[in-house]
Design a binder for this molecule. Structure first.
Ligand SMILES: [Zn+2]
Length: 279
């Protein structure tokens, strides 16, 4: 499942290919739960718009347009957003039933390209937002994991008796962290994943915020982690999975002390940690 780094990698690759270009044609798949905005309405709203910005909050991407409207995109479990040539887009649309949205783009010099949103399992989402409208999904979210301050994290955790690992996965606490990077950040911060969230001191929250940034930024630099179906916008797999210190390594030696990495299940999620370094 794409987490913050994979979505940020996608954003950085897409931005130069999308911003400043006009959407000249929109092709959609049939109505499905992928479309929070009906496909015919979505097509009508997007046609003719020039993209002015592409930002990210947590695992969501937000494209802004010249009329003040925006498009919210979520990659779900298997979503891929990528640009290609118009000829490649025609080939995709001809043979692949998993392309749900295709935008034909034209830059100011007249050069054409396409942007495709492909999703095999359809847990991805697109929603058109009228000018000034805030997406309910974003309003419920905590600060982005790369921008949260230690104090804000400390305050959000103060009310929660749940394990810190579970709290980090709660998108209303902070947005963008999933299973992999929660395990990795807790290892770097030397905090056991089972610790009640509200027992973390402000100093520990400072260490944890630093660890989160370190892990997320290293993953962005590596192009994300390739787990199951994630590919960057150019189709290239990420390589951060080779740097995982605890995630997916149960029984293997801790890179710091050699103790076998332990695995427990918290909130139905597999959780990996070093029982010696994280005490
Ligand atoms: Zn260890």
């Amino acid at each position: 499942m794409p987490e913050l780094p994979e979505v940020e990698v996608t954003r950085r690759r897409l931005a130069p290919a999308w911003i400043g270009r006009r959407i000249t044609r929109v092709v959609t798949g049939p109505p499905s739960y992928f479309f929070l905005t009906r496909p015919d309405l979505l097509a009508a709203r997007l046609r003719g718009r020039v993209t002015t910005d592409l930002t990210r909050h947590g695992k969501y991407l937000l494209a802004a347009f010249d009329d003040g409207s925006r498009l919210l995109c979520h990659l779900g479990m298997t979503g891929q957003l990528f640009t290609c040539t118009s000829a490649e887009a025609r080939r995709w649309l001809g043979v692949d039933p998993h392309v749900h949205l295709a935008l034909a783009l034209r830059d100011p010099a007249g050069a054409r390209s396409s942007l495709l949103f492909r999703d095999v399992r359809k847990f991805g989402k697109v929603q058109w937002l009228a000018p000034g409208v805030t997406a309910e999904r974003l309003a419920k979210m905590g600060p982005d994991a790369l921008r949260i301050t230690p104090r804000a994290l400390h305050e959000a955790l103060a009310q929660r008796g749940i394990p810190i690992k579970t709290a980090l996965l709660d998108q209303s606490v902070l947005a963008g962290v999933g299973n992999i990077y929660a395990d990795e950040a807790l290892f770097l911060a030397a905090v056991p994943p089972t610790r009640p969230a509200r027992t973390l001191s402000l100093a520990e929250c400072e260490t944890l915020v630093r660890s989160l940034r370190r892990v997320l930024q290293a993953a962005i630099r590596a192009g994300g982690s390739t787990i199951s179906d994630f590919r960057g916008a150019d189709g290239a797999p990420g390589s951060y999975q080779d740097n995982h210190r605890v995630y997916g390594r149960p029984g293997l030696p801790c890179p710091t002390c050699g103790t076998p990495i332990a695995r427990v299940v918290l909130a139905q999620r597999s959780t990996h940690f070093c029982p010696r370094c994280q005490r």
